[in-house]
Design a protein around this ligand. Structure first.
Ligand code: GTP
Ligand code: MG
Length: 287
């Protein structure tokens, strides 16, 4: 009896210190699994805009949504950057609440910002799905990410998950984020996430203004596209295209579409990140 109590106590200590969570690599984490799927599904996952093309009026040029349109081989090359090896580790690095806590790094950096609950952490988790042991916390509760969380991808680049703005944002959001955006010299690109269901909100315009004012190149990413009807998604893509053309000067002309649940657009976004961090060169068309 005594032995059993001791064993139970030991087991409980073991459980609380070493939770038996073994994260598996998602079945769609790699392009090689996508390539065996039927043509339509494969295209939709690799190039999500292709699913909307058939609804596009003949007056709208599809080319505007294919400014960044790498080949399958280029998508594959980008994937190797997101694949860990003994010489290329991918891991959580550190967190910071103030600019003077932010690590000084030489490699290019990309950051993800957007409203609370828009899906920043989920997107980063999907990008890192070939390394499921990297702990990127997501939550249904808005305001979950409270700090700037840094992840290193070998010596190639760093990726930063930011707290969300809007509902339930940390009180010191502005003090944390503004100086980071203003002073981060190695910041290669800011990814500004917009919820596919809600579209561009007033509070997002403040973030757009911030990027324009601080002279930051940025790109709009539409999240949760698995939840949005195709008609509404197409309308949003066209609205964003016009918004970028008429009201911004530093935003990449093509909005990206992603679903972190179904993995649509994840491979294309990996490739764009590889490109903007100088890890993958293309011909002039992709710049
Ligand atoms: N259906 C669907 N749900 C998503 C997707 N991305 C995120 N979610 C859900 O949206 C909720 C918020 O996701 P997070 O990734 O934590 O959002 P966040 O932007 O990091 O939020 P904060 O850290 O609070 O700013 C979670 O319940 C996710 O499961 C997606 O692509 N599709
Ligand atoms: Mg988060």
């Amino acid at each position: 009896m005594m032995l059993r109590i001791k064993a139970l106590a030991l087991l409980q200590t073991h459980i609380s210190h070493y939770p038996l969570v073994v994260r598996r690599v998602h079945q769609l984490a790699s392009i090689k699994h996508v390539c065996v799927l039927p043509e339509r599904r494969r295209q939709g996952l690799l190039y999500p805009f292709s699913s909307l093309e058939e609804h596009l009026s003949s007056q709208v040029s599809q080319e505007e949504f294919k400014i960044f349109h790498p080949s399958l081989e280029e998508l594959r090359q980008a994937e190797t950057l997101f694949t860990p090896s003994s010489k290329h580790s991918i891991d959580y690095s550190t967190s910071a609440v103030r600019i003077d806590h932010v690590p000084l790094l030489k490699q290019p950096e990309v950051c993800f910002m957007g409203r609370s609950n828009v899906g920043k952490s989920s997107l980063i988790r999907a990008l890192f799905s070939l390394v499921p042991e990297v702990d990127v916390r997501v939550s249904k509760t808005p305001g979950h990410t409270k700090k700037l969380n840094f992840f290193t991808v070998g010596k190639a680049f760093t990726l930063v998950d930011m707290p969300g703005y809007g509902h339930n944002a940390p009180r010191d959001f502005v003090e944390m984020v503004e100086p980071y955006l203003q002073e981060r010299h190695n910041l290669a690109r800011t990814f500004l996430l917009v919820d596919g269901g809600a579209g561009l909100q007033k509070v997002d315009l403040v973030a757009v203004e911030m990027c324009e004012e601080f002279n930051l190149p940025y790109v709009l990413v539409v999240t949760k596209i698995d939840r949005t009807r195709q008609g509404a998604l197409l309308a949003l893509a066209l609205q964003l295209r016009d918004f970028i053309k008429n009201q911004t000067s530093l935003c990449f002309p093509q909005p990206f579409l992603v679903s972190s649940v179904q993995f649509s657009g994840i491979y294309l976004l990996r490739c764009f990140i590889a490109h903007v961090t100088g890890n993958l060169q293309f011909n002039a068309k992709q710049s």
